[in-house]
Design a protein around this ligand. Sequence first.
Ligand SMILES: C[S@@+](CC[C@H](N)C(=O)[O-])C[C@H]1O[C@@H](n2cnc3c(N)ncnc32)[C@H](O)[C@@H]1O
Length: 324
Amino acid sequence: MQTGAFPNALGFSTHVVKFAVNIEEQEETFYVQDVQGKGKGILAARPIRRGEFLFSEPPLFTLPPSPTNSTILGSLAKCTREEQRQYFALANSYKTRLLPALAIFETNFLLLGNGNLQVERKQDTAGIFLLASRFNSSCTPNVSKSWDELRNVMVFRTLRDIEEGEQLCFNYCGVLATKAERRRELLDEFGFECTCSACQLEGEEALESDKRRSAIARLFEEVGGCGNEPTLGIRKIKLALRMLKEESLVHYEASFCYDAFQFCVLVSDFPNAKAWIRRAWEVSCYTSGPDSNAARMFKMYWANPRSHQLAGTLPKTTLSGPDL
Ligand SMILES: C[S@@+](CC[C@H](N)C(=O)[O-])C[C@H]1O[C@@H](n2cnc3c(N)ncnc32)[C@H](O)[C@@H]1O
């Protein structure tokens, strides 16, 4: 990667910085720079459209979650000196509590896979990514990360339109938790006090945001129980989508749209089913990428909604499509 246009962007004095690992990225889309109160962060070098690919990065090494200091040192021993230097230059939120290699791992590792720790605890599912480690957290994220297990890379895309100079962030914790819950999780699990814009809200604005996020989480559960009441299911989905928009959140949108599609196919309302699955496909393209399993499945149902196993299960009726 070249950062010649942004001297010192990675905190190195060299004019052109080459990454030791093979990073695929769009040139001059972003740069790394100090961000007030958060150490370094990644910023947009130009306006970036929703759904744009930012970069993909293979892990420097992977380990099971919760490794020991010596296992990490063992993995680092197989890296080049430059990679080791870059590793020890990463952020460390546990300086006073843990040995350096372990502290840096705990501050920066990303989970590969779907985050099911029960299944993944024993596998090498925690990875270190030298560039992606510079992404800070936001509870209203503008970047998605998805693990591409075929290519063995973490892929980063934008979730919404981004202005030049805006910081690029993904979420370290669940976005539907309340401000107090998120802040507690980030402090307990990640060792820092979150200063993202959502966590900076105060008074009435903070209460409204909490109420919306909790309501979306509740609706997410309730929609699953509406199998025999598709009209009610669609009403709840539309409410959830409105609140997601008000919170500037994209997470769960594709899933809600897929549920709406299923309600429509249940009652053989195929025109509205197509409209919902098209929306699910569009959203999944910028959250997980057009080659993701979810995007492929949605595209297949868009072409042939009648192929869904639930098609025609309930008496035929007409529901409604997504609001504009
Ligand atoms: C994976 S690193 C992110 C990049 C880091 N800022 C750096 O300088 O390399 C995680 C650390 O960044 C800081 N950080 C990330 N997101 C933050 C946020 N929303 N508010 C405050 N600090 C944050 C915390 O110190 C956290 O432990």
